[in-house]
Design a protein around this ligand. Structure first.
Ligand code: HAM
Length: 420
């Protein structure tokens, strides 16, 4: 292993690709901010208990994929595998739900950790931007979140994604379905591990990718036939609201999701250019999670979009975001005196809000102009001894190649004018 290698299943974000990640985070966050969601940040680790109780002790995430550690003080912690349980924990701790303004609408952006088998699009450290709306049961809220995610993806230019939608029922109807499904599954020809899963989390068996399992599942009882009237009406309302908003979705009865806290609405954004790791985002309603972690009844809904996979989706669609160069002006000093003077000019430009960079290291004109080119700056400022003696610098338009002498005292105003 080379010393300079990031740990297995992780990778670094470096320029220029890192700029796309920032832009993706921003594009997902913007519609949330504009819709009343406030920013929340929680620690990168939590007590293990929170995820065991929240995400579910029968899920792969908790049983196989969590990075857990015992501190020197004996606390059992886990690097966060997801954001929902943490955000709800933090909202409860800060009593945000008691401030009288329900739902509490929050958005977040950060790193998450899962000890998964690495492959394209699946990492052990990845990045999500998420949104949670806590404390209100209202189909309009479910629809709002799906519409905002759709809006975010469209604003990035993505088109080859699909929205899969399902309802998982509630605490009234799901247990009845669960039992019917278990009775059906117990009669099938399945391996030991799958048999165990029937008892712990039978809905996950429906998700089994193996053809010989799928073949036996054709006549499995359908959740749709077991939904209670309240869940049915709720789901119909979500569907109608999405349709009214012009958001296209597909009903997907098989969508169960990998976390235990979901009730009623669940959805996933999948991208068709990503191969097996096609889920770019997912979410749903989690009306029971607050009580599961010891809080009051707070019906809630949310989603998280994967930043890494969203960037892969952009690449799959051949979309290059229109990212303006960070640097507008690049200063090239020729000689010791010019270094001091031009650095002063650059500092002044920056203070005036003009993005400027500088040829460091006393390089010659040719090398420095190459750097100016590479920086993407629209203008270069070049000055040597003779220019300084005349009190001017050469201002070069890097696009047209035109060059003119501008008095030192007028540089900032001239550049402000030209850069608009
Ligand atoms: P999730 O479906 O587990 O949901 O993750 C959401 C997204 O995070 C996925 O669609 C995917 O894009 C990305 N993701 C997950 N695991 C990986 C990985 N190993 N490598 C790369 N990307 C990954 C949740 O996390 C829920 N907390 C979403 C939610 C919020 N539900 C309600 N509120």
């Amino acid at each position: 292993m080379s010393t300079f290698q990031a740990p297995k299943g992780t990778y670094d974000l470096t320029p220029p690709r890192s700029a796309t990640f920032l832009a993706v985070r921003e594009a997902i966050a913007a519609p949330l901010r504009d819709s009343g969601y406030g920013y929340i940040e929680t620690p990168g680790f939590e007590n293990v208990e929170l995820f065991a109780r929240g995400v579910g002790e029968s899920t792969d995430i908790v049983t196989k994929e969590m990075y857990t550690l015992t501190t020197k003080g004996g606390d059992q912690l886990a690097l966060r595998p997801e954001g929902t349980a943490s955000v709800l924990r933090a909202a409860l701790e800060a009593n945000l739900h008691k401030a009288g303004n329900l739902p509490v609408k929050l958005w977040y952006s950060g790193s998450y950790y899962r000890y998964e088998r690495p492959q394209a699009g699946r990492y052990r450290h990845f990045s999500q931007v998420g949104a949670e709306a806590i404390g209100t049961e209202d189909p309009v809220l479910d629809a709002e979140l799906i519409i905002l995610a759709d809006q975010a993806y469209r604003s990035l230019g993505l088109r080859q994604f699909r929205i899969l939608l399902n309802s998982l029922g509630d605490k009234e109807c799901r247990p009845v379905y669960r039992e019917a499904l278990q009775t059906f599954l117990r009669d099938l020809d399945l391996d030991e591990e799958t048999r165990r899963r029937i008892e712990i989390n039978p809905l996950r068996v429906l998700d089994d990718k193996r053809a010989d399992v799928q073949k036996q599942l054709t006549d499995a009882p359908k959740l749709r036939d077991y939904l209670c009237d309240a869940c049915k009406a709720y789901h119909e309302e979500v569907r109608a609201l999405l349709t009214a908003a012009g958001v296209v979705y597909e009903d997907d009865e098989k969508l169960v999701r990998g976390l235990d806290y979901y009730t009623r609405t669940t959805f996933e954004f999948v991208h068709d250019g990503l191969g097996s790791q096609s889920a770019v985002g997912g979410g749903g309603r989690y009306d029971g999670l607050s009580e599961m972690i010891g809080g009051p009844e707070l019906p809630s809904v949310g989603w998280a979009l994967g930043v890494d996979r969203t960037v892969l989706a952009l690449e799959a669609e051949g979309i290059e975001l229109d990212l303006p160069y960070a640097t507008s002006v690049y200063a090239v000093p020729l000689g010791e005196e010019a270094r001091r003077v031009l650095f002063g000019v650059v500092t002044g430009l920056r203070r005036a809000g003009i993005a400027a960079d500088f040829a460091f290291g006393g390089r010659g004109l040719k090398g420095a102009m190459k750097s100016a080119n590479r920086s993407g700056a629209r203008y270069a400022l070049v000055a040597g001894e003779r220019d300084l003696a005349e009190g001017v610098v050469q201002l070069k338009d890097m696009e047209s190649g035109e060059q003119s002498a501008v008095p030192l005292t007028e540089i900032a105003a001239e550049l402000a004018k030209r850069l608009g």
